[in-house]
Design a binder for this molecule. Structure first.
Ligand code: ZN
Ligand code: ZN
Length: 423
C-alpha cells in the first residue's frame, strides 16, 4: 500500500551530495557538480522550508510524489481503447479500437506518454470490430504478456483478420478466460470481473460502498429486447479500484444484462467514474444501473455520429450526483442541446461540418429537449462505425489517488479538474 503522509521529507528522496575542496583532478567541481551543489544546499532546503510552512504547497508536494492509477480514454472514434497504468507501473489495455493502423498508433502514443514499454494485460471485452479490430497491427508493435477475454464468440461469422490473429496469439500465449467474481492479478489495484459471457455477479461486491442495497430505481425499469449483434451481451465488465477510488467499464453490455447488476439490489455499489456502456448508445445504459452507480464523472467513448444518443444524454443529465460528463467527441446527435461545454470534449469535428450540422440539424424529429435520432432497435449503419483519420487525436486522462481524489484532464486544451475525495 502506498502511504500518503501529510508532510514529506525531500531528504529521504534525494541522496545527500558531498563536496570536497581537495584538488584531485577527478573531483574538480565541474558544471554538473555545481548544479547538484546548488540544488542540494540551497533549493532543496528552501522547498522543504516552504512545504513546512504552507499547507497548500505541502499538499502539492505530496501529490507530486504520490503514486496514482492513471487511465487514458483513447479516442478511437466510437470504438474502445482504454489504457490503465497501475501505481506499480503495470499496464492493462481494454480493447484495441477499429481495424487498421490509426487506432494502434493512438494507443501507442498513450503507452509512450505513460512511460510504459509493454501491455501486461490485454483485456478484450468482446470481439466486435470496434474493440478487437486494432489487434493485428498493435500486436506487431508492442509486447503483450497476457490475454484476457470472455471465451468463444457467439458471432463467429465476424471473423475479421484481427480476430484470427488474436485466436492465434492466445493459442500460444498466456490466456485467461474470466467469469464474474474473478480478479486480475495486477499489483497495486483491485481489478474485479463483474460480467462475462452473458453472466453477471451472483453476489454483492464485498466491502464496496452501497453494494447489496435495494435499488429504488428498479421500480421504473423497462426491459429492451435487443436481438442483433448479441456478442455485445457477452461483454466482459470490470470494476477497477485503487484505494477509495472506483471505476467501472462494461464494454458494450446490453440493457437487460446491465440491469441484472443493479436489480433488485445494486451488486456493484457506487463508483467515482463510469465509462458509458456501448459508447452511449441507447441499447445500453438503463437509469436503474446508472443512477444506482452514482458516478461523479462519466466519460463517453462516442464518435461524432456513433453513440451519444439523446436518451443517454437525458439519462446522464438527470443522474443523481453526477458532477460532469466528459466526451471523447463532440456529437452530431447532441448538437447544441446536449453536448457539454467544449472544455469537457476531447475531439471536435471539422468546423464546416459542425456549423452545417448546427445550422441544419438532421431529421428525424426532436424530443422535448432536442433532436432525437431513430429508435433503439435499428442496427447502427456500418458507415457510421468510425470516422476518417484526424490527426492529432486527443485522450481524456483520469489520474486517481488512493484516498479517492482524482483529476480529469482534456488533452486537447489542457483543461483539468480535480475532484476532491468525499468524506
Ligand atoms: Zn462497441
Ligand atoms: Zn459491440
Amino acid at each position: 500500500m502506498i502511504g500518503c503522509p501529510n508532510k514529506i521529507s525531500l531528504g529521504t528522496l534525494i541522496a545527500p551530495v558531498h563536496f570536497t575542496h581537495e584538488k584531485h583532478e577527478f573531483m574538480k567541481p565541474n558544471f554538473v557538480q555545481k548544479i547538484i551543489f546548488l540544488v542540494s544546499v540551497w533549493i532543496v532546503p528552501a522547498v522543504i522550508a516552504v512545504a513546512q510552512t504552507t499547507q497548500t504547497t505541502d499538499k502539492t508536494l505530496v501529490n507530486m510524489f504520490a503514486k496514482t492509477l492513471d487511465i487514458y480514454y483513447i479516442d478511437v472514434e466510437g470504438g474502445q481503447a482504454t489504457l490503465f497504468v497501475s501505481p506499480s507501473g503495470e499496464t492493462a489495455l481494454i480493447d484495441t479500437g477499429f481495424p487498421g493502423t490509426r487506432d494502434p498508433k493512438r494507443i501507442l502514443e498513450a503507452v509512450k506518454a505513460a512511460g510504459a514499454k509493454q501491455i501486461d494485460y490485454l483485456v478484450i471485452t468482446h470481439y466486435h470490430a470496434d474493440h478487437i479490430g486494432g489487434f493485428l497491427e498493435l500486436s506487431k508493435q508492442i509486447p503483450i504478456l497476457h490475454y484476457v477475454d470472455h471465451g468463444p464468440t457467439v458471432q463467429p461469422e465476424q471473423n475479421i483478420p484481427s480476430k484470427q490473429a488474436y485466436d492465434a496469439a492466445v493459442a500460444k500465449g498466456a490466456h485467461i478466460i474470466v467469469k464474474p467474481g474473478d480478479k486480475l492479478p495486477i499489483s497495486g489495484i483491485d481489478w474485479a470481473i463483474v460480467s462475462s459471457a452473458g453472466k453477471t455477479l451472483a453476489d454483492n461486491m464485498l466491502g464496496a460502498p452501497g453494494a447489496g442495497k435495494p435499488n429504488p430505481y428498479c421500480a421504473g425499469f423497462v426491459g429492451k429486447d435487443v436481438q442483433v449483434d448479441l456478442e455485445n451481451a457477452q461483454s466482459m465488465g470490470s470494476v477497477i479500484s485503487y484505494g477509495k477510488f472506483r471505476t467501472v467499464d462494461l464494454g458494450d453490455l446490453l440493457w437487460n444484462v446491465e440491469a441484472e447488476l443493479a436489480c433488485p439490489v445494486n451488486r456493484i455499489g457506487t463508483v467515482d467514474v463510469l465509462l458509458t456502456t456501448h459508447h452511449g448508445m441507447s441499447w445500453s445504459g438503463p437509469k436503474a444501473l446508472v443512477y444506482a452507480l452514482q458516478p461523479r464523472v462519466v466519460v463517453m467513448n462516442n464518435g461524432i455520429r456513433k453513440g451519444a444518443q439523446i436518451e443517454t444524454f437525458e439519462t446522464l443529465e438527470s443522474a443523481p450526483g453526477l458532477e460532469n460528463l466528459w466526451q471523447l467527441h463532440w456529437s452530431a446527435n447532441g448538437l447544441l442541446e446536449h453536448n457539454v461545454p467544449g472544455r469537457f470534449i476531447a475531439n471536435m469535428e471539422e468546423p464546416l461540418i459542425t456549423s452545417g450540422l448546427i445550422a441544419h440539424p438532421p431529421s428525424p424529429a426532436t424530443s422535448p429537449t432536442g433532436p432525437r435520432p431513430a429508435g433503439i432497435v435499428a442496427p447502427v449503419p456500418r458507415a457510421a462505425m468510425g470516422n476518417p483519420d484526424h490527426d492529432p487525436a486527443y485522450w481524456i486522462k483520469v489520474s486517481a489517488q488512493e484516498d479517492g481524489t482524482f483529476t480529469v484532464t482534456n488533452a486537447r486544451n489542457g483543461f483539468s479538474k480535480i475532484y476532491q475525495r468525499k468524506n
